[in-house]
Design a binder for this molecule. Structure first.
Ligand code: MV4
Length: 492
């Protein structure tokens, strides 16, 4: 493998190129109209223009991307996350053109992209599953029967869904017919596939996922867990590794289950097996993500394994040099996704130009980003600006470093999730480890965030006043102008 094309943009394109450069592999960027001056274009050895800014004419344009790879002589394509990363048709097209897809084989993407097919595939492997059915259901009286057996509340899920789309909680049997009809029509509209199934609804679960690596020779290892319970609108905002919630016994059991899931679909490459965990620490297989994930850095920090390097070696048919006993957890890592959105306005996208953009730096601080000061955030793509990642010997060290890094991160021009991160990392529920996927619903309100700002203003004012009272006799400012002077200094 001498040259790879990165079919993505922003921080993940840069992240992949960084490792490719380290390994002496050439890099080809692709870009849209909106990204003409983007850092990922300048950082690559070569760059190919794709087309208009809309994703369908650029980062989702399969033919254009494959053509770009053929034209530049790239041996392989890395899809990053999002866009075409879990598109089985694209993966197949890439291989059909004699190019290596840096990701799993087409069949694994297909199986895991369909929740019912995934359940079917892992069934024989003795993996803990949420009580429920393994086939699509349309018959309402049959659904009633099954639901009574499982016990309410139940959850209706779309087989083609994922990320929370098309899910419906049903608390009692009278609600079932209506909710079933709605779920089926929603799934048909959203995915062109109306297949739905029923599961026991796990209330207030934790979301814990296991990173795995599998080579083409049948070797599979896991790289422990990531705790991803803190999310809003079914999208993660804070991740950490390891999880405070699990013991080493549970960790080993979940790791073994994740390896079996990978085996069940003949997985190759880096992948993530997601589990739900109830309050009694029972864990259940949820789904498998067949890509490198946004939150992969926390695993890299605690294991000291470069996951992109492993992906490239596996794609190059090399044997995994890491056995299960070669990997261990050292220290603690946290990640905050810095989105251009307003946490006091329902996390709505905040569009604009980065008038100030200064990153925190220091030992134990990693920032993966794809933006620079002066850049305008394109409206066409995901509004994630950066990932702020901290690493410490202990969880509390990582939290302390995170709070300092958030304060040192200077972003002006758009609202961001930085203040929300501060709210989370200072919250007793988070610091004590007593939280689940309902953290935002249970603990967060915009008023509390505003109160956090107010508290900081009060502290600043009190400090200003104290300094003023201490030094006012030494001031060369006339007494009648002192209050104005103080005001100006405080604002500064
Ligand atoms: C569940 C669940 C409770 N019980 N399944 C949400 C995303 C989708 N991939 C599956 N999800 C859930 N499935 C059962 N049987 C609760 C969720 C869920 C959730 C899961 C992980 C992270 C955040 C979540 C937020 C709300 C609901």
């Amino acid at each position: 493998m001498k040259k790879i094309l990165i079919a993505n943009r922003g921080e993940i394109a840069l992240r992949v190129m960084k490792t490719a450069k380290k390994m002496g592999i050439g890099t080809v960027a692709v870009y849209s109209e909106a990204d003409r001056n983007a850092p990922h274009v300048r950082y690559a050895d070569e760059a190919v223009f794709l087309g208009n800014s809309v994703s369908s004419e650029s980062y989702l344009a399969k033919d254009k991307i494959i053509h770009a790879a053929l034209k530049t002589g790239a041996d392989a394509i890395h899809p990053g996350y999002g866009f075409l990363s879990e598109n089985a048709t694209f993966a197949q097209m890439v291989s059909d053109n004699g190019i290596t897809f840096i990701g799993p084989p087409t069949h694994a993407i297909k199986i895991m992209g369909d929740k019912l097919a995934a359940k079917e595939a892992v069934k024989k492997y003795d993996i803990p599953m949420v009580p429920g059915i393994e086939t699509a259901i349309t018959d309402i009286s049959l659904a009633q029967e099954i639901s009574k057996e499982i016990g309410f509340p139940i959850l209706i899920k779309a087989s083609a869904g994922g990320g929370g789309k098309g899910m419906r909680v049903v608390h009692e049997s009278e609600e079932l017919p209506g909710q079933m009809k709605r779920a089926i029509s929603e799934a048909t509209a959203a995915f062109g596939n109306g297949a739905v199934f029923i599961e026991k609804y796990i209330e207030a679960p934790r979301h814990i996922e296991i990173q795995i690596l599998a080579d083409t020779k049948g070797n599979i290892i896991h790289l422990f867990e990531r705790e991803c319970s803190i999310q809003r609108r079914h999208q993660k905002v804070v991740e950490e590794a390891p999880s405070v919630f699990i013991t080493s016994e549970i960790r080993a059991a979940m790791g073994a289950a994740a390896v079996k899931v990978a085996k069940a679909c003949n997985y190759v490459g880096a992948g993530t097996v997601e589990f739900l965990m109830d309050k009694d620490k029972n864990f259940y297989f949820l789904e498998m993500n067949t890509r490198l994930q946004v939150e992969h850095p926390v695993t890299e920090l605690i294991t000291q394994v470069d996951l992109v390097e492993q992906q490239l070696k596996i794609a190059n048919n090399e044997v995994l040099q890491l056995g299960q006993n070669d990997v261990s957890i050292k220290g603690h890592a946290l990640e905050l996704r810095v989105y251009a959105e307003d946490p006091v306005d329902n996390f709505s996208p905040s569009i604009g130009t980065l008038k100030t953009y200064v990153c925190p730096v220091g030992i134990g601080i990693r920032v993966d980003d794809g933006f620079e000061e002066g850049m305008t955030i394109p409206i066409y793509y995901d509004p994630m600006l950066a990932k702020l990642i901290t690493y410490g010997n202990t969880r509390s060290e990582a939290i302390q470093l995170m709070l300092e890094a958030i304060d040192a991160y200077k972003i002006k021009g758009v609202a961001t999730t930085l203040p929300f991160g501060k709210f989370v990392f200072r919250h007793q529920a988070f610091t004590s480890g007593n939280f689940n996927t309902h953290f935002v619903a249970n603990h967060y309100t915009p008023e509390l965030l505003l109160a956090q700002y107010d508290k900081e203003r009060h502290i600043a004012a009190a400090m200003g006043l104290k300094l003023f009272l201490e030094f006012k006799d030494k001031l060369k400012v006339p007494a009648n102008e002192q209050s104005n002077w103080l005001l100006k200094r405080t604002i500064k």
